[in-house]
Every structure is written in structure tokens, then in C-alpha cells.
Design a protein around this ligand. Sequence first.
Ligand code: GTP
Length: 211
Amino acid sequence: MELTKTPNKTAARVGIGGPVGSGKTALIEQLIPALAERGIEVAVVTNDLVTKEDALRLQRSGLISPERVLAVEAGACPHTIIREDPSLNIAAADTLAQNFPQADVILIESGGDNLASTFSLDLVDYWIFVIDTGGGDDIPRKRGPGIIRSDLLVINKIDIGPYVGADVDSMQKEASEIREGRPVILTDCKKQTGIKELIDCLVHNVLFLDA
Ligand SMILES: Nc1nc2c(ncn2[C@@H]2O[C@H](COP(=O)(O)OP(=O)(O)OP(=O)(O)O)[C@@H](O)[C@H]2O)c(=O)[nH]1
């Protein structure tokens, strides 16, 4: 009888959601090598509406072995497959956990969506919501569920804030107030600003290791 290989540990599942183009894939491209440097093994599930664009980008990036990236096609509504019926994403994460029992973290990138996007806690242990300065510095004030409820809010593209008239400091201050002190991290994926802080946060709050 063929034995089913059971993962010998459970990888933490971390959702990464946020509006279209805020930099979710760019952030994952920064996280993979930075986590690897700390000996943390990663696998990734991507969600796109009707393509495998993000998965292909990561598979071709040379940052991760292509088999460690699985794509889920969301079809019509990205909300549904990360919140209301996350079964496709759970199955993809289970497959990765089965195939890569040494993986410490499975990152689950949600297809680009608006500020109302949230993750089911059946799917993830922890979720990050990524917004960017290009969307305007009033985004935190809009109090979308992603901004209020995520475990960690990332404000990305701080490098372009000055060019789009976004006051990054007030964005951070307002976001921290609205989130009542829950973490807010500023990042610039082009210059790797904030990536170490983000890794420290994940290592401490998700993997429960000393940062
Ligand atoms: N200047 C600047 N550009 C960035 C930064 N992060 C991402 N970008 C650019 O923003 C664009 C969108 O980034 P992606 O990583 O594709 O965004 P995404 O959230 O994964 O997009 P979807 O999957 O389509 O929702 C790309 O052209 C990136 O190069 C940043 O910190 N600074």
C-alpha cells in the first residue's frame, strides 16, 4: 500500500493582499531571498483573475524553484477565493506543504483587489495588507477592512510619495492611529527599504523565532 507522505511540520500561511499594483509581487520578490538568508524556506501561492501572470513572474525570477510556486485562477471575484470559499487556495497550500515538508512559510498572494479585501482565517494564520503611496495619502482614512483588520499594514512605494504629492509621514501616522497601534511598516521595494523590519516582524510574530 502506498503511504501518504505527511508533512513533518506545519508551514505558517501568510496572506498578502491589497489593491492592484500596490507591489504585492514586488514585496514577495524581496521577501524570498531575505527569508532564505535567515534559513527560512518559502513556497508561494499566487492568485490572478484569469491568468497565471504572477506565478510565471516568480517562477522565472530565479529567486525560488519554480515548483515551489502554484497559481490559482480566481475567475470572476478575488474576494471569494480568499474569504468566502477559500478551498482552492487551501488545496494549493496543502499541496505545497505536502510537496515541500521543510517549508517554513507559505505566502499566499491575493489577486489585486480593492480596500475591502480580507483573508479567511481558515486560509491564513496571519495577513499583510499592502497599499502604496501612489494611491493617495488619504487611503488609510478610508478605513477599508484591509487597513483596519490586517495583522500588518505595509505602505509601499515610499520612494514615489514626493512625486505624487503623498505625505508619507502623515499616512503612517494616520494608519497607526486607525489601527490602534497595530504594526505599520513603510517599504520601498526598489531600494529594499523596510524589508529587514518586515522580516523581523514575520520572524517574531509568525514564526515565533527571535528576530
Ligand atoms: N517606485 C516603486 N515602484 C514599485 C515599488 N514596488 C513595486 N513597484 C512597481 O509597481 C508596479 C506594480 O508592482 P507589482 O509587484 O506587480 O504589484 P502587485 O500588487 O503584485 O500587482 P497585481 O498583482 O497586479 O495586483 C511594478 O511596476 C513594480 O515595479 C516600490 O517600492 N517603488
